[in-house]
Design a protein around this ligand. Structure first.
Ligand SMILES: [Zn+2]
Length: 421
């Protein structure tokens, strides 16, 4: 069988879109929900069928969090939609009642210019397109708000009628300020007036208790003890189907595995298929996995191919995490496939590849729609992240590229793979 035959199988694999839809059917798959558990059960079964090997399950303990209720009430008594950011602190029964200071996008300059105004107020900032150079991450804005003495944090999405989701950035059991996502209309109602900053009341009730999720591994050995780790995260947010982020990556990883599994034993390196959860909780699942690896086990991983939000635009990018010498290899594979591929080098801790990279393991994230404001990926973390945003052809093309990269990485000569580190 030629490489084209192996990869051609991915392009015509009807199970790819079927798996994608089946994963969307579980709902947003927020860690700790029944949807997450059922999705992990499904992926464990499909991973075993695709790889022909038994699933190895690693328990992942974490501090579970659930929001019992979250309300935001404007000064005129109107209750507006809001969505608690993952792991936000609670407010206490009476809530936090304060003036809201709108800092626009929430750049460091805006925080600095208003430094004297922020203490004791609720900060309002805007959610930004995540997949773009220069994006200021929600977590940074949250940290700046806290550091300046804010007592609450509102982040407004751009999708009318939809509150934006995300993680609060607060560590397990740590201190923090109450934080929710809101819709753009709400942000407009909270605009500053001549008579002053508008007031609002934020009330959040949560519960926290020890919880456990799973990392699922499927090892298909090659001829040496080296590995290429092909990964995707299963969890998401419960305001949508978490379709682009990341049913696309999970379904593609399964399709790549189906196509490659019969051939891996003849290749130099094996494929370790890895599914993580609690990715949306500060990358907890992959952090625990990488921490537990011995240095010999880390050395044996030649490359981490992390698939996260790979359809929703036909433009594909690899975030190469500072591993400059992986770039010519990836570009070569894409050119062979007749695909344009962009390399973005700075380490971006926005998915599980970052934990591999921080441990010195060459790692990258394949992502669609980077630096493309018109891409469907603009709906990620909003109620609009649903299956209708994903074209079959885009998902198939991204999966095929992921398969080509994984196959080539398994077969790369040792003197080539050595340069990646
Ligand atoms: Zn993701």
């Amino acid at each position: 069988m030629t490489a084209a035959d192996i990869l051609g199988a991915i392009g015509i694999d009807h199970e790819l879109y079927r798996d994608f839809e089946a994963i969307c059917d579980f709902g947003g798959r927020l860690s700790g929900t029944d949807g997450e558990r059922r999705a992990l059960d499904f992926v464990a079964r499909r991973g075993a069928e695709a790889s022909g090997v038994a699933c190895r399950t690693i328990p992942v303990p974490y501090l579970g969090w659930r929001c019992r209720s979250a309300t935001l009430t404007l000064a005129d008594g109107l209750a507006v939609p809001c969505y608690p950011l993952v792991r936000t602190v609670a407010t206490g029964p009476t809530g936090v009642e304060a003036e809201v200071i709108d800092l626009g996008r929430g750049t460091p300059e805006e925080f600095e210019a208003h430094r004297a105004d922020i203490g004791g107020r609720i900060v309002l900032v805007r959610h930004e397109l995540m997949f773009a150079a220069g994006t200021i991450h929600r977590r940074r804005k949250y940290d700046m708000a806290r550091a300046a003495g804010a007592i609450g944090f509102l982040i407004a999405g751009s999708m009318p009628g939809g509150a934006v989701a995300g993680s609060s950035g607060r560590g397990e059991g740590g201190d923090g300020i109450p934080a929710v996502g809101i819709a753009p209309e709400t942000a407009a109602r909270l605009a500053r007036r001549a008579k002053g900053w508008p007031r609002a009341t934020l009330r959040i009730e949560t519960e926290e208790q020890p919880a456990e999720t799973r990392t699922l591994l499927f090892d298909m050995p090659g001829q040496t003890d080296e590995w290429v780790v092909l990964s995707a995260h299963v969890d998401g947010h419960d305001i949508n189907e978490s379709a682009m982020d990341n049913a696309t990556g999970v379904a593609a990883a399964l399709a790549v595995t189906r196509a490659l599994a019969p051939h891996v034993r003849n290749w130099r390196r094996g494929v370790r298929l890895a599914f993580f959860s609690t990715e949306e909780w500060a990358l907890t699942g992959s952090a625990r996995y990488v921490e537990a690896l011995s240095s010999a086990e880390r050395d044996a991983i030649a490359l981490n191919v992390n698939l996260d939000s790979i359809a929703g635009s036909s433009r594909l990018t690899v975030l190469t995490s500072g591993f400059a010498r992986v770039e010519p290899f990836l570009l070569g594979v894409a050119e062979n496939e007749g695909l344009d591929l962009r390399c973005v080098r700075p380490l971006q801790p926005n998915s599980d590849h970052a934990n591999f990279a921080l441990a010195g393991i060459p790692a990258f994230r394949l992502v669609a729609g980077y630096d493309d404001p018109a891409a469907q990926l603009r709906f990620v973390l909003t109620p609009g992240d649903t299956r209708d945003k994903v074209a079959r052809s885009e998902l198939a093309t991204a999966a095929r590229l992921a398969g080509a990269i994984t196959a080539a990485a398994c077969q790369a000569e040792p003197d080539v793979a050595r340069t990646w580190r």
